[in-house]
Design a protein around this ligand. Structure first.
Ligand code: G6P
Length: 608
């Protein structure tokens, strides 16, 4: 969702802004724009299209201070007039990520003061509010701070003024923003990938922080207005990790990075002889023994990871587990149990609903909180007591792939640690599990070798409008994830059902135009699944079965089998995810969709 880049330097920073926006494209956007301060004027360039177009339009623009933005429409249609930056009387310009909830009241008030609105956005009120304070004297910092006290909602903003060269003001509350520290130049951005071109030194801004960014220095003020010092971190990301390399799309690259991402996530445990609570943080030793149940909160793909974990936690650790969609939980009256461990799962650590659900859980009295997240220093990590970082590396493709499988690996570790504490895993079984975890990257690599066969299978889907995914038990959430991948990037309507539910409705849909994809591991439910498949076949449905080698399901008329290299027991959902990701990818390729940036979707959903 909306991306922000800002720079104050002693050189033309237009290309830094544009390159930064290119790096943020993955977040999802529909229009882009930038403004630079030059010769006492604001020069604004906007485009209702891609960042590349903005780059062309701004090729001859010069400025040493500026802000830039990719917009994901919330208030007002995607169009050039609604694209950021927004201006107030050619003096103030603002970019914004988030939603200002009281913008209508502010708009009425500012209109009464004579401000003319030229867009339908909530953001424009911020520009006029800052202008109304700035015009009466004082600094841009003071005017911004005064304006912020009037805003209700979530924001990350960047602000510049025409008569104030070499300075920008930025602030965040509820939406991500970080500060890049250079030598004699400074930057702000929504995430670090935008700034790797200029610096690796980063300051993660806290909730409510306002920062005055100058050429030689910067000053940070906390939510109460007190000047504060925040640590400068050296980012572990490198430019290569956000390059496409030999791949055609980020999604394909990220699918192929899964063996390494899993190896990185499991590194600490795979090199040790036993599993200890400490991998979740120092407080885990005190908290875990008290835990009576688990509540998992997440959105989208991360929610599917939670659904798999529920099977593991209940079966292996014997601990009751509930999994809830964060956007539902946050508005529901629920009954808290202080002995419940609240687990949030998020690739980005920024998802507004997941963050709000975490805070809602805390408000209702939960104190045991654990985040499983791919972004260090993200809001969800910082607001949780315990954490385990998935070390998948930056995920650029909007459709989540390597984040999901690493979340599963992390959740399996959580299961094993809790199971051990509850005396449900013998030392011998623990060693066996550790062995299986160490083998996981190799097992995934073998599944990736099936890519040509999956590309071939995908040809059966390109002209279809619907698809049904079936799974049972641990693999029902994998069927859900497979269906989500297909709909996200190929725009084919796909639904997933637990196979046992087939005859309670979806069987009515089955005919030769409705391909049925089935996840068929060799587990206790295999025989039941085979009967479900016969039910589909008897109705003329075409089946695509992702089967373990020893399931003895044979290819025949109307049944296409993709044989998986091995059966991974409890870890099987991780292996079975991979061919479904590849299937969605190859179907999307044939349909010619924008694989990495599917229409209407955003990578980090930082607004409700
Ligand atoms: C968006 C993304 C999904 C992701 C979901 C949750 O919808 O497009 O890929 O699964 O948000 O994101 P999170 O960062 O919290 O895992």
């Amino acid at each position: 969702m909306c991306g922000i880049v800002g720079a104050v330097g002693k050189r033309n920073i237009v290309s830094i802004l544009v390159n930064g926006l290119l790096r943020l494209e993955y977040r999802g956007y529909d229009s882009a724009g930038l403004v630079v301060v030059h010769d006492g004027k604001l020069n604004r360039v906007r485009s209702a299209g891609r960042v590349a177009e903005l780059g062309e339009k701004s090729a001859n623009t010069y400025g040493e201070t500026g802000i830039a933005h990719t917009r994901w429409a919330t208030h007002g249609i995607p169009s050039e007039r609604n694209a950021h930056p927004h201006m107030s009387r050619d003096l103030i310009s603002v970019v914004h990520n988030g939603i200002i909830e009281n913008y209508e009241a502010l708009r009425t008030e500012l209109s009464a003061q004579g401000y003319v609105f030229t867009s339908d956005t909530d953001t424009e009120v911020i520009a006029h509010l800052i202008h109304s304070h700035y015009q009466s004297g004082g600094t841009l910092l003071a005017a911004t701070q005064a304006a912020l006290t009037r805003l209700v909602g979530a924001y990350a903003i960047g602000v510049v003024a025409a008569n104030n060269p070499h300075q920008l003001i930025a602030a965040r509350k509820g939406s991500p923003l970080l500060l890049g520290v250079g030598e004699g130049e400074h930057f702000v951005a929504s995430d670090m990938s935008a700034l790797l071109q200029v610096t690796k030194n980063v300051v993660y801004l806290e909730e409510g922080d306002v920062v005055e960014v100058n050429l030689a220095d910067y000053r940070i003020f906390d939510a109460k207005g007190a000047e504060v010092t925040r640590p400068v971190h050296v980012s572990e990301l490198d430019n290569d990790s956000v390059e496409l390399g030999e791949y055609q799309h980020y999604m394909q690259k990220e699918i192929h990075e899964q063996p390494q991402a899993l190896a990185n996530t499991l590194e600490a445990v795979c090199n040790s002889q036993s599993l200890v609570p400490g991998i979740f943080g120092a407080d885990a030793n005190a908290i875990f023994p008290q835990v009576e149940s688990i509540l998992i909160l997440a959105c989208g793909t991360s929610h599917h990871a939670g659904m798999v974990a529920r099977y593991w936690l209940e079966e292996i650790a014997g601990i009751p587990c509930t999994v809830e969609i964060a956007s539902e939980y946050r508005y529901r009256t629920s009954v808290p149990n202080p002995k419940t461990l609240v687990v949030t799962i998020s690739q980005s650590g920024e998802t507004a609903d997941t963050l709000a659900a975490l805070n809602h859980a805390k408000d209702t009295g939960h104190t045991f909180t654990l985040a499983i997240c791919n972004v260090p220093e993200s809001a969800i990590i910082r607001q949780s007591k315990l954490r385990l970082l998935t070390r998948a590396g930056p995920e650029i493709g909007v459709a989540s792939t390597k984040a999901f499988t690493t979340q599963l690996a992390a959740l399996f570790l959580l299961t094993l640690v809790l199971a051990k504490l509850r005396g449900r895993v013998s030392a011998e079984r623990e060693q066996q599990f550790l062995h299986e975890l160490r083998h996981l990257p190799i097992a995934v690599q073998k599944v990736l070798a099936l890519e040509p066969q999956i590309a071939e299978l995908s040809k059966h889907f390109a002209d279809k409008h619907h698809a049904l995914f079936l799974g049972r038990g641990l693999h029902y959430p994998i069927a859900l994830e497979g269906a989500l991948k297909l709909k996200e990037i190929s725009y084919i309507h796909a639904e997933a059902y637990p196979a046992g539910e087939l005859k309670h409705g979806p069987l009515a849909l089955v005919d030769e135009d409705m391909p049925v994809v089935s996840v068929a591991p060799n587990d206790a439910l295999l025989e039941k699944l085979k009967s479900n498949l016969q039910e589909v076949k008897a109705r003329g449905g075409e089946l695509f079965v992702f089967a373990d080698a020893d399931t003895h399901i044979r290819s025949e008329e109307g049944i296409h089998i993709l044989q998986m290299p091995e059966h991974a027991g409890f870890l099987s959902p991780i292996l079975h995810t991979v061919p479904l990701q590849l299937l969605a990818y190859y179907v999307a390729l044939q349909k010619g969709t924008d694989v990495d940036k599917p229409r209407n979707l955003a990578k980090s959903v930082t607004v409700e």
